[in-house]
Design a protein around this ligand. Structure first.
Ligand SMILES: *Cc1c(COP(=O)(O)O)cnc(C)c1O
Ligand SMILES: [Zn+2]
Length: 560
Protein backbone atom coordinates (compact mmCIF):
# COMPACT_ATOMS: atom_id res chain seq x y z
CA UNK A 1 0.00 0.00 0.00
CA UNK A 2 1.55 3.29 -1.04
CA UNK A 3 0.67 6.40 0.88
CA UNK A 4 -0.83 9.29 -0.96
CA UNK A 5 0.64 12.44 0.50
CA UNK A 6 1.29 15.96 -0.67
CA UNK A 7 3.16 18.96 0.65
CA UNK A 8 1.26 21.99 1.92
CA UNK A 9 2.69 25.48 2.32
CA UNK A 10 2.12 26.80 5.85
CA UNK A 11 1.96 30.36 4.51
CA UNK A 12 -0.25 30.29 1.43
CA UNK A 13 -1.78 26.82 1.73
CA UNK A 14 -0.58 25.85 -1.75
CA UNK A 15 -0.44 22.09 -2.22
CA UNK A 16 2.03 20.29 -4.44
CA UNK A 17 3.58 16.86 -4.91
CA UNK A 18 6.70 16.21 -2.86
CA UNK A 19 10.09 16.62 -4.51
CA UNK A 20 12.86 16.31 -1.95
CA UNK A 21 15.24 18.67 -3.73
CA UNK A 22 12.68 21.48 -3.90
CA UNK A 23 12.76 23.39 -0.69
CA UNK A 24 10.43 26.30 -1.35
CA UNK A 25 6.74 26.71 -2.08
CA UNK A 26 6.44 27.16 -5.85
CA UNK A 27 3.58 29.59 -5.31
CA UNK A 28 4.87 32.02 -2.64
CA UNK A 29 8.50 31.03 -2.06
CA UNK A 30 7.98 30.16 1.61
CA UNK A 31 10.14 27.37 3.00
CA UNK A 32 7.63 26.43 5.73
CA UNK A 33 5.87 23.41 4.36
CA UNK A 34 4.57 20.17 5.80
CA UNK A 35 3.25 16.85 4.53
CA UNK A 36 -0.47 16.15 4.44
CA UNK A 37 -1.66 12.56 4.28
CA UNK A 38 -5.08 11.35 3.26
CA UNK A 39 -5.86 10.41 6.84
CA UNK A 40 -9.58 9.99 6.17
CA UNK A 41 -9.00 7.13 3.76
CA UNK A 42 -6.11 5.63 5.77
CA UNK A 43 -8.14 5.65 8.96
CA UNK A 44 -9.90 2.35 8.44
CA UNK A 45 -6.85 0.31 7.41
CA UNK A 46 -3.98 1.53 9.56
CA UNK A 47 -4.57 -0.13 12.95
CA UNK A 48 -4.95 -3.54 11.29
CA UNK A 49 -1.79 -3.01 9.23
CA UNK A 50 0.21 -1.94 12.30
CA UNK A 51 -0.92 -4.88 14.37
CA UNK A 52 1.40 -7.38 12.77
CA UNK A 53 4.42 -5.16 12.27
CA UNK A 54 7.53 -4.99 14.42
CA UNK A 55 7.70 -2.10 16.86
CA UNK A 56 10.08 0.21 15.03
CA UNK A 57 9.90 3.51 13.19
CA UNK A 58 8.76 1.92 9.92
CA UNK A 59 5.68 0.56 11.62
CA UNK A 60 4.11 3.92 10.73
CA UNK A 61 5.46 3.96 7.17
CA UNK A 62 2.17 5.07 5.56
CA UNK A 63 2.62 8.34 7.45
CA UNK A 64 6.22 8.93 6.41
CA UNK A 65 7.33 10.79 3.26
CA UNK A 66 9.10 7.77 1.83
CA UNK A 67 7.40 5.53 -0.69
CA UNK A 68 9.60 2.47 -0.43
CA UNK A 69 10.42 1.25 3.03
CA UNK A 70 14.18 0.98 2.11
CA UNK A 71 14.93 -1.67 4.72
CA UNK A 72 18.50 -2.07 3.53
CA UNK A 73 19.53 1.15 5.20
CA UNK A 74 17.61 0.50 8.41
CA UNK A 75 19.65 0.18 11.58
CA UNK A 76 16.71 -0.69 13.79
CA UNK A 77 15.62 2.91 14.45
CA UNK A 78 12.62 3.78 16.55
CA UNK A 79 10.74 1.43 18.84
CA UNK A 80 12.75 2.53 21.88
CA UNK A 81 11.43 1.44 25.28
CA UNK A 82 9.18 3.53 27.47
CA UNK A 83 10.49 2.91 30.96
CA UNK A 84 8.82 3.66 34.26
CA UNK A 85 11.03 5.82 36.48
CA UNK A 86 9.92 4.50 39.85
CA UNK A 87 12.77 5.83 41.97
CA UNK A 88 12.91 9.29 40.45
CA UNK A 89 9.12 9.33 40.49
CA UNK A 90 9.02 8.54 44.18
CA UNK A 91 11.67 11.11 44.93
CA UNK A 92 9.62 13.75 43.15
CA UNK A 93 6.20 12.50 44.26
CA UNK A 94 5.33 11.73 40.64
CA UNK A 95 4.19 8.10 40.45
CA UNK A 96 3.34 8.16 36.73
CA UNK A 97 6.73 9.22 35.42
CA UNK A 98 8.03 7.53 32.26
CA UNK A 99 11.22 7.84 30.27
CA UNK A 100 11.34 7.40 26.50
CA UNK A 101 14.81 5.97 26.22
CA UNK A 102 16.16 7.28 22.94
CA UNK A 103 19.69 6.29 23.93
CA UNK A 104 18.68 2.85 22.74
CA UNK A 105 18.41 3.97 19.14
CA UNK A 106 21.21 2.90 16.75
CA UNK A 107 23.21 6.13 17.05
CA UNK A 108 22.35 6.68 20.72
CA UNK A 109 20.27 9.82 20.26
CA UNK A 110 16.82 10.56 18.88
CA UNK A 111 18.47 12.15 15.83
CA UNK A 112 18.57 8.68 14.29
CA UNK A 113 14.85 8.95 13.55
CA UNK A 114 15.45 12.14 11.58
CA UNK A 115 18.46 10.67 9.80
CA UNK A 116 16.82 7.34 8.93
CA UNK A 117 13.81 8.95 7.25
CA UNK A 118 15.76 11.71 5.51
CA UNK A 119 18.49 9.45 4.16
CA UNK A 120 15.84 6.94 3.02
CA UNK A 121 14.05 9.72 1.13
CA UNK A 122 17.33 10.94 -0.37
CA UNK A 123 18.28 7.45 -1.48
CA UNK A 124 14.85 6.94 -2.98
CA UNK A 125 15.26 10.19 -4.94
CA UNK A 126 18.68 9.12 -6.22
CA UNK A 127 20.59 11.82 -4.30
CA UNK A 128 24.24 10.86 -3.78
CA UNK A 129 25.75 13.77 -1.85
CA UNK A 130 24.38 15.89 1.01
CA UNK A 131 25.36 18.54 3.56
CA UNK A 132 24.47 19.02 7.20
CA UNK A 133 25.38 21.40 10.02
CA UNK A 134 25.35 19.97 13.49
CA UNK A 135 25.94 20.39 17.19
CA UNK A 136 27.12 16.79 17.15
CA UNK A 137 24.32 14.24 17.22
CA UNK A 138 22.80 15.09 13.84
CA UNK A 139 26.21 14.58 12.26
CA UNK A 140 26.67 11.20 13.93
CA UNK A 141 23.19 9.98 12.98
CA UNK A 142 23.28 11.18 9.36
CA UNK A 143 26.80 9.82 8.94
CA UNK A 144 25.75 6.33 9.97
CA UNK A 145 22.79 6.19 7.59
CA UNK A 146 24.65 7.95 4.77
CA UNK A 147 27.34 5.27 5.06
CA UNK A 148 24.73 2.53 4.58
CA UNK A 149 23.03 4.36 1.75
CA UNK A 150 26.28 5.13 -0.05
CA UNK A 151 25.67 8.88 0.16
CA UNK A 152 28.62 11.21 0.54
CA UNK A 153 28.10 13.51 3.51
CA UNK A 154 29.65 16.83 4.44
CA UNK A 155 29.26 17.72 8.12
CA UNK A 156 29.83 21.29 9.31
CA UNK A 157 30.45 21.07 13.04
CA UNK A 158 31.23 23.87 15.45
CA UNK A 159 34.57 23.53 17.17
CA UNK A 160 32.70 23.49 20.51
CA UNK A 161 31.53 19.93 19.85
CA UNK A 162 33.49 17.42 21.95
CA UNK A 163 36.36 15.70 20.11
CA UNK A 164 34.93 12.23 20.72
CA UNK A 165 31.81 13.11 18.79
CA UNK A 166 33.75 14.60 15.86
CA UNK A 167 35.93 11.55 15.73
CA UNK A 168 32.90 9.30 15.46
CA UNK A 169 31.57 11.35 12.56
CA UNK A 170 34.86 11.03 10.70
CA UNK A 171 34.96 7.31 11.40
CA UNK A 172 31.77 6.85 9.37
CA UNK A 173 33.53 8.33 6.36
CA UNK A 174 31.90 11.74 6.51
CA UNK A 175 33.91 14.77 5.47
CA UNK A 176 34.10 16.81 8.70
CA UNK A 177 34.43 20.57 8.39
CA UNK A 178 35.23 22.22 11.71
CA UNK A 179 33.77 25.69 12.00
CA UNK A 180 35.33 28.07 14.46
CA UNK A 181 32.17 29.84 15.49
CA UNK A 182 28.78 29.13 16.94
CA UNK A 183 26.15 26.73 15.62
CA UNK A 184 24.16 29.41 13.79
CA UNK A 185 27.32 30.38 11.91
CA UNK A 186 28.07 26.74 11.09
CA UNK A 187 24.57 26.46 9.65
CA UNK A 188 25.11 29.54 7.46
CA UNK A 189 28.41 28.25 6.10
CA UNK A 190 26.90 24.83 5.42
CA UNK A 191 23.98 26.42 3.55
CA UNK A 192 26.35 28.57 1.46
CA UNK A 193 28.50 25.57 0.64
CA UNK A 194 25.49 23.49 -0.37
CA UNK A 195 24.15 26.30 -2.52
CA UNK A 196 27.35 26.79 -4.50
CA UNK A 197 27.58 23.06 -5.14
CA UNK A 198 23.85 22.55 -5.63
CA UNK A 199 23.77 19.90 -2.90
CA UNK A 200 20.93 18.87 -0.63
CA UNK A 201 21.26 20.48 2.80
CA UNK A 202 19.31 19.42 5.84
CA UNK A 203 17.22 22.35 7.03
CA UNK A 204 16.11 21.13 10.43
CA UNK A 205 12.44 21.83 11.09
CA UNK A 206 12.05 23.19 7.55
CA UNK A 207 12.95 19.86 6.01
CA UNK A 208 9.79 17.89 5.28
CA UNK A 209 11.30 14.57 6.30
CA UNK A 210 12.56 15.66 9.72
CA UNK A 211 9.23 16.70 11.23
CA UNK A 212 7.53 13.51 10.09
CA UNK A 213 10.40 11.42 11.44
CA UNK A 214 10.04 12.97 14.88
CA UNK A 215 6.31 12.44 14.92
CA UNK A 216 6.91 8.71 15.24
CA UNK A 217 7.85 9.49 18.84
CA UNK A 218 4.26 10.56 19.45
CA UNK A 219 2.78 7.40 17.93
CA UNK A 220 5.12 5.19 19.93
CA UNK A 221 4.45 7.00 23.21
CA UNK A 222 0.68 6.71 22.78
CA UNK A 223 0.87 3.02 21.92
CA UNK A 224 3.30 2.23 24.74
CA UNK A 225 1.41 4.18 27.40
CA UNK A 226 -1.75 2.38 26.39
CA UNK A 227 -0.01 -0.97 26.78
CA UNK A 228 1.18 0.04 30.26
CA UNK A 229 -1.80 1.95 31.64
CA UNK A 230 -4.62 0.59 29.51
CA UNK A 231 -6.81 2.61 27.13
CA UNK A 232 -8.20 5.95 28.33
CA UNK A 233 -11.10 5.75 30.78
CA UNK A 234 -13.43 7.69 28.47
CA UNK A 235 -13.49 4.74 26.06
CA UNK A 236 -13.93 7.15 23.15
CA UNK A 237 -10.49 6.53 21.63
CA UNK A 238 -8.15 3.53 21.81
CA UNK A 239 -4.85 5.23 22.69
CA UNK A 240 -3.66 7.21 25.67
CA UNK A 241 -2.06 10.67 25.60
CA UNK A 242 0.42 11.64 28.33
CA UNK A 243 -0.40 14.84 30.21
CA UNK A 244 3.12 16.14 29.58
CA UNK A 245 5.87 15.58 27.04
CA UNK A 246 9.14 16.92 28.46
CA UNK A 247 12.15 17.59 26.22
CA UNK A 248 15.36 19.62 26.16
CA UNK A 249 15.21 21.80 23.07
CA UNK A 250 17.76 23.44 20.83
CA UNK A 251 16.17 23.98 17.42
CA UNK A 252 12.76 22.71 18.58
CA UNK A 253 12.32 19.97 15.99
CA UNK A 254 11.35 17.30 18.52
CA UNK A 255 8.28 19.02 20.01
CA UNK A 256 7.13 20.27 16.59
CA UNK A 257 7.18 16.70 15.30
CA UNK A 258 5.54 15.27 18.41
CA UNK A 259 2.67 17.77 18.15
CA UNK A 260 2.17 16.99 14.48
CA UNK A 261 2.03 13.32 15.45
CA UNK A 262 -0.71 13.91 18.00
CA UNK A 263 -2.64 16.07 15.53
CA UNK A 264 -2.56 13.21 13.02
CA UNK A 265 -3.56 10.67 15.66
CA UNK A 266 -6.50 12.88 16.57
CA UNK A 267 -7.54 13.00 12.93
CA UNK A 268 -7.20 9.22 12.78
CA UNK A 269 -9.44 8.85 15.84
CA UNK A 270 -6.65 7.22 17.86
CA UNK A 271 -6.34 9.80 20.64
CA UNK A 272 -8.59 12.61 21.85
CA UNK A 273 -5.99 15.21 22.80
CA UNK A 274 -2.35 16.34 22.62
CA UNK A 275 0.00 16.52 25.60
CA UNK A 276 1.17 19.74 27.17
CA UNK A 277 4.76 20.35 26.08
CA UNK A 278 7.51 21.31 28.52
CA UNK A 279 10.45 22.69 26.53
CA UNK A 280 13.67 23.07 28.48
CA UNK A 281 16.71 25.12 27.53
CA UNK A 282 20.12 25.77 29.11
CA UNK A 283 19.99 29.25 30.66
CA UNK A 284 23.14 30.31 28.80
CA UNK A 285 21.24 29.85 25.52
CA UNK A 286 17.52 30.18 26.11
CA UNK A 287 16.04 32.42 23.40
CA UNK A 288 12.75 30.52 23.36
CA UNK A 289 12.33 30.73 27.13
CA UNK A 290 12.92 34.49 27.10
CA UNK A 291 10.39 35.00 24.32
CA UNK A 292 7.80 32.74 25.96
CA UNK A 293 8.07 34.47 29.31
CA UNK A 294 7.76 37.86 27.63
CA UNK A 295 4.74 36.52 25.74
CA UNK A 296 6.42 37.25 22.41
CA UNK A 297 5.67 35.54 19.12
CA UNK A 298 9.23 35.93 17.92
CA UNK A 299 12.41 34.92 19.71
CA UNK A 300 15.34 37.32 19.82
CA UNK A 301 18.53 35.42 18.95
CA UNK A 302 21.18 34.83 21.59
CA UNK A 303 24.35 35.97 19.82
CA UNK A 304 26.89 34.42 22.18
CA UNK A 305 25.53 31.22 23.72
CA UNK A 306 27.06 30.70 27.15
CA UNK A 307 26.56 27.06 27.97
CA UNK A 308 28.89 24.07 28.18
CA UNK A 309 26.12 21.99 26.65
CA UNK A 310 27.01 22.35 22.98
CA UNK A 311 24.15 20.11 21.81
CA UNK A 312 21.65 22.77 22.87
CA UNK A 313 23.46 25.83 21.60
CA UNK A 314 21.01 27.04 18.94
CA UNK A 315 21.14 30.78 19.56
CA UNK A 316 18.66 31.67 16.82
CA UNK A 317 15.63 29.39 16.66
CA UNK A 318 14.17 31.61 13.95
CA UNK A 319 10.61 30.91 12.98
CA UNK A 320 10.59 27.47 14.62
CA UNK A 321 9.82 29.10 17.95
CA UNK A 322 6.86 30.97 16.47
CA UNK A 323 5.53 27.82 14.84
CA UNK A 324 6.05 25.71 17.96
CA UNK A 325 4.46 28.30 20.25
CA UNK A 326 1.41 28.58 18.01
CA UNK A 327 1.09 24.84 17.76
CA UNK A 328 1.22 24.53 21.55
CA UNK A 329 -1.39 27.25 21.99
CA UNK A 330 -3.64 25.57 19.39
CA UNK A 331 -3.34 22.30 21.31
CA UNK A 332 -2.97 21.67 25.05
CA UNK A 333 -0.41 24.41 25.75
CA UNK A 334 2.61 23.88 27.94
CA UNK A 335 5.61 26.02 28.75
CA UNK A 336 9.27 26.88 28.19
CA UNK A 337 11.67 26.88 31.12
CA UNK A 338 15.42 27.18 31.63
CA UNK A 339 17.94 25.49 33.93
CA UNK A 340 21.61 26.18 34.59
CA UNK A 341 24.44 23.92 33.39
CA UNK A 342 25.09 23.07 37.07
CA UNK A 343 21.50 21.99 37.58
CA UNK A 344 21.78 19.83 34.47
CA UNK A 345 25.00 18.19 35.67
CA UNK A 346 23.40 17.49 39.05
CA UNK A 347 20.35 15.99 37.34
CA UNK A 348 22.64 13.87 35.16
CA UNK A 349 24.11 12.38 38.29
CA UNK A 350 20.70 11.88 39.93
CA UNK A 351 19.24 10.06 36.90
CA UNK A 352 22.28 7.81 36.69
CA UNK A 353 22.38 6.85 40.33
CA UNK A 354 18.60 6.63 40.87
CA UNK A 355 17.56 4.99 37.61
CA UNK A 356 20.70 3.45 36.18
CA UNK A 357 20.60 5.58 33.06
CA UNK A 358 23.62 7.51 31.93
CA UNK A 359 22.40 10.45 29.88
CA UNK A 360 24.20 13.17 28.01
CA UNK A 361 24.17 16.68 29.50
CA UNK A 362 21.63 17.90 26.93
CA UNK A 363 19.16 15.25 28.06
CA UNK A 364 19.91 16.06 31.67
CA UNK A 365 18.56 19.56 30.97
CA UNK A 366 15.14 17.95 30.53
CA UNK A 367 15.43 16.14 33.86
CA UNK A 368 16.67 19.23 35.67
CA UNK A 369 13.68 21.05 34.20
CA UNK A 370 11.33 18.29 35.31
CA UNK A 371 12.60 18.63 38.89
CA UNK A 372 12.19 22.39 38.75
CA UNK A 373 8.68 22.22 37.30
CA UNK A 374 7.46 19.63 39.82
CA UNK A 375 8.80 21.69 42.68
CA UNK A 376 7.18 24.85 41.30
CA UNK A 377 3.86 23.02 41.07
CA UNK A 378 3.65 23.42 37.28
CA UNK A 379 3.50 19.63 36.90
CA UNK A 380 1.01 17.94 39.25
CA UNK A 381 1.62 14.70 41.16
CA UNK A 382 -1.25 12.82 39.47
CA UNK A 383 -0.19 13.66 35.90
CA UNK A 384 1.27 11.19 33.41
CA UNK A 385 4.65 12.54 32.38
CA UNK A 386 6.96 11.31 29.62
CA UNK A 387 10.49 12.66 29.52
CA UNK A 388 12.44 12.21 26.32
CA UNK A 389 15.85 10.89 27.26
CA UNK A 390 17.22 12.24 24.00
CA UNK A 391 20.67 10.79 23.98
CA UNK A 392 23.84 9.36 25.37
CA UNK A 393 26.91 9.52 23.24
CA UNK A 394 30.02 10.67 25.05
CA UNK A 395 31.80 9.79 28.23
CA UNK A 396 31.46 13.17 29.91
CA UNK A 397 31.00 11.66 33.36
CA UNK A 398 34.40 12.84 34.54
CA UNK A 399 33.27 16.44 34.55
CA UNK A 400 30.22 15.51 36.61
CA UNK A 401 31.70 13.25 39.23
CA UNK A 402 34.63 15.41 40.26
CA UNK A 403 37.68 14.07 42.08
CA UNK A 404 37.91 10.69 43.80
CA UNK A 405 35.14 9.00 41.88
CA UNK A 406 37.07 5.77 41.73
CA UNK A 407 39.21 3.90 44.19
CA UNK A 408 42.30 2.12 42.99
CA UNK A 409 43.75 -1.13 44.10
CA UNK A 410 47.28 -2.13 43.19
CA UNK A 411 47.75 -5.78 42.53
CA UNK A 412 50.39 -6.60 45.13
CA UNK A 413 53.84 -7.49 43.81
CA UNK A 414 55.63 -10.41 45.41
CA UNK A 415 57.62 -9.28 48.43
CA UNK A 416 61.40 -9.82 48.58
CA UNK A 417 63.14 -12.82 50.14
CA UNK A 418 62.19 -12.02 53.74
CA UNK A 419 58.44 -11.47 53.72
CA UNK A 420 57.21 -13.70 50.91
CA UNK A 421 53.50 -12.94 50.57
CA UNK A 422 50.96 -15.29 49.00
CA UNK A 423 49.17 -13.38 46.21
CA UNK A 424 45.68 -14.00 47.60
CA UNK A 425 46.71 -12.73 51.00
CA UNK A 426 48.11 -9.58 49.49
CA UNK A 427 45.01 -9.05 47.39
CA UNK A 428 42.77 -9.43 50.39
CA UNK A 429 44.83 -6.94 52.33
CA UNK A 430 44.66 -4.52 49.42
CA UNK A 431 40.90 -4.90 49.19
CA UNK A 432 40.58 -4.32 52.89
CA UNK A 433 42.20 -0.96 52.43
CA UNK A 434 39.42 -0.04 50.01
CA UNK A 435 36.80 -0.24 52.74
CA UNK A 436 36.98 2.00 55.74
CA UNK A 437 37.35 0.41 59.17
CA UNK A 438 33.99 1.41 60.44
CA UNK A 439 31.25 3.02 58.44
CA UNK A 440 28.81 5.41 59.98
CA UNK A 441 25.67 3.63 61.07
CA UNK A 442 22.28 4.85 59.97
CA UNK A 443 18.88 3.47 61.00
CA UNK A 444 15.96 3.88 58.59
CA UNK A 445 12.52 3.54 60.17
CA UNK A 446 9.66 3.60 57.69
CA UNK A 447 6.70 1.32 57.11
CA UNK A 448 6.88 1.66 53.30
CA UNK A 449 9.44 -0.74 51.80
CA UNK A 450 9.75 1.36 48.64
CA UNK A 451 10.70 4.39 50.68
CA UNK A 452 13.26 2.39 52.61
CA UNK A 453 14.69 1.21 49.32
CA UNK A 454 14.84 4.75 47.99
CA UNK A 455 16.64 6.08 51.07
CA UNK A 456 18.99 3.12 51.07
CA UNK A 457 19.78 3.75 47.41
CA UNK A 458 20.41 7.45 47.99
CA UNK A 459 22.84 6.75 50.84
CA UNK A 460 24.63 3.84 49.22
CA UNK A 461 25.10 5.48 45.85
CA UNK A 462 27.26 8.21 47.22
CA UNK A 463 28.64 7.23 50.58
CA UNK A 464 29.59 4.29 52.69
CA UNK A 465 27.19 3.59 55.51
CA UNK A 466 26.15 0.60 57.51
CA UNK A 467 22.38 0.64 57.23
CA UNK A 468 19.73 -0.81 59.51
CA UNK A 469 16.06 -0.89 58.70
CA UNK A 470 12.90 -1.25 60.70
CA UNK A 471 9.35 -1.28 59.38
CA UNK A 472 7.47 0.15 62.32
CA UNK A 473 7.99 2.27 65.44
CA UNK A 474 8.29 -0.55 67.94
CA UNK A 475 10.86 -2.48 65.88
CA UNK A 476 12.61 0.84 65.30
CA UNK A 477 13.04 1.56 68.99
CA UNK A 478 14.33 -1.97 69.56
CA UNK A 479 16.77 -1.61 66.69
CA UNK A 480 18.05 1.72 67.97
CA UNK A 481 18.57 0.41 71.50
CA UNK A 482 20.44 -2.56 70.15
CA UNK A 483 22.60 -0.94 67.46
CA UNK A 484 23.08 2.60 68.77
CA UNK A 485 23.25 4.13 65.27
CA UNK A 486 24.98 7.43 64.54
CA UNK A 487 21.86 8.78 62.85
CA UNK A 488 18.15 7.96 62.51
CA UNK A 489 15.96 8.63 59.48
CA UNK A 490 12.40 8.46 60.75
CA UNK A 491 8.96 8.38 59.17
CA UNK A 492 6.09 9.98 61.11
CA UNK A 493 3.03 8.12 59.91
CA UNK A 494 3.35 4.47 60.85
CA UNK A 495 0.72 2.06 62.17
CA UNK A 496 0.56 1.44 65.93
CA UNK A 497 3.63 3.33 67.18
CA UNK A 498 4.11 6.42 65.07
CA UNK A 499 7.19 8.61 64.65
CA UNK A 500 6.13 11.07 67.34
CA UNK A 501 5.99 8.27 69.91
CA UNK A 502 9.34 6.91 68.75
CA UNK A 503 10.89 10.31 69.33
CA UNK A 504 9.41 10.52 72.79
CA UNK A 505 10.80 7.13 73.80
CA UNK A 506 14.23 7.96 72.40
CA UNK A 507 14.45 11.29 74.16
CA UNK A 508 13.59 9.82 77.53
CA UNK A 509 16.40 7.29 77.36
CA UNK A 510 19.82 8.87 78.09
CA UNK A 511 21.48 6.27 75.81
CA UNK A 512 19.54 7.42 72.77
CA UNK A 513 18.59 11.01 73.63
CA UNK A 514 21.50 12.52 71.73
CA UNK A 515 21.27 10.57 68.45
CA UNK A 516 20.47 13.00 65.63
CA UNK A 517 17.17 12.40 63.80
CA UNK A 518 16.08 13.35 60.29
CA UNK A 519 12.33 13.14 59.83
CA UNK A 520 11.29 12.21 56.27
CA UNK A 521 7.55 12.41 55.89
CA UNK A 522 4.95 12.51 53.16
CA UNK A 523 2.55 14.30 55.56
CA UNK A 524 1.71 17.99 55.47
CA UNK A 525 2.50 18.92 59.06
CA UNK A 526 0.11 21.06 61.12
CA UNK A 527 1.54 23.80 63.33
CA UNK A 528 0.81 21.72 66.38
CA UNK A 529 2.72 18.79 64.92
CA UNK A 530 5.65 21.00 64.01
CA UNK A 531 5.66 22.23 67.60
CA UNK A 532 5.71 18.64 68.84
CA UNK A 533 8.81 18.00 66.73
CA UNK A 534 10.50 21.23 67.74
CA UNK A 535 13.87 20.74 69.40
CA UNK A 536 13.61 16.98 68.99
CA UNK A 537 14.89 16.57 65.47
CA UNK A 538 17.75 17.93 63.39
CA UNK A 539 16.06 18.12 59.99
CA UNK A 540 12.65 17.76 58.38
CA UNK A 541 12.29 16.56 54.78
CA UNK A 542 9.08 16.20 52.85
CA UNK A 543 9.04 12.98 50.86
CA UNK A 544 8.35 13.42 47.20
CA UNK A 545 10.04 16.75 47.48
CA UNK A 546 13.45 16.04 48.87
CA UNK A 547 16.25 15.55 46.43
CA UNK A 548 18.72 12.75 46.79
CA UNK A 549 21.66 15.09 47.19
CA UNK A 550 19.85 17.18 49.81
CA UNK A 551 19.20 14.17 51.97
CA UNK A 552 22.79 13.10 51.52
CA UNK A 553 24.12 16.55 52.37
CA UNK A 554 22.00 16.56 55.53
CA UNK A 555 23.23 13.11 56.52
CA UNK A 556 26.84 14.12 55.94
CA UNK A 557 26.40 17.33 57.88
CA UNK A 558 25.05 15.49 60.88
CA UNK A 559 27.50 12.63 61.15
CA UNK A 560 30.73 13.40 59.35
C1 LIG B 1 19.12 17.60 19.09
C2 LIG B 1 19.06 17.26 20.51
C3 LIG B 1 18.21 17.94 21.39
C4 LIG B 1 17.35 19.08 20.95
O1 LIG B 1 16.36 18.68 20.08
P1 LIG B 1 15.45 19.66 19.19
O2 LIG B 1 14.10 19.06 19.27
O3 LIG B 1 16.01 19.64 17.84
O4 LIG B 1 15.49 21.01 19.81
C5 LIG B 1 18.18 17.51 22.70
N1 LIG B 1 18.95 16.50 23.15
C6 LIG B 1 19.78 15.82 22.33
C7 LIG B 1 20.61 14.72 22.88
C8 LIG B 1 19.86 16.18 20.99
O5 LIG B 1 20.70 15.51 20.19
ZN1 LIG C 1 3.26 29.15 -0.32
Amino acid sequence: MTSPFIVECLDCGHRSPYVITENHCINCGSDWRETRYDLESLKADLPALWKDRPFDLWRYRELLPVIAHVPDISLGEGGTPLLRAANLGMMLGLPKLYIKDERQGPTASFKDRQAAVTIAALKEAGVTEAVIASTGNVAIAYSAYAARAGIKLWAFITSLVPQVKMREVALYGTQVVKVTGNYDQAKQIAAEFAKTRALYVDRGVRSITTVDAMKTLAFEMAEQLTAILGPPESGAVPWRTPDWYVQAVSGGLGPVGVLKGFEEMKALGLVDRSPKIANLQADGCAPMVSAWKANKEKADPVINPRTHIATLATGDPGRTYTVLRQRMLDNAGGLFEEVSDEEAFRAMHIVAKMEGMSVEPASAVAFAGLIKLVRAGAINPNEVVVVNLTGHTVPVEQSVLGENWARSVDYPEKKGKTGELAPEEGLLAALNRVSADRYRRVAIIDDNPDVRQLIRRILQAQGNYTLFEAQDGRAGVELINREKPDLIILDLMMPEMDGFSVLEVLRHNPDTAEIPVIVATAKELSNLEKERLGGQIQALMQKGDFMSDELLAEVKKLIE
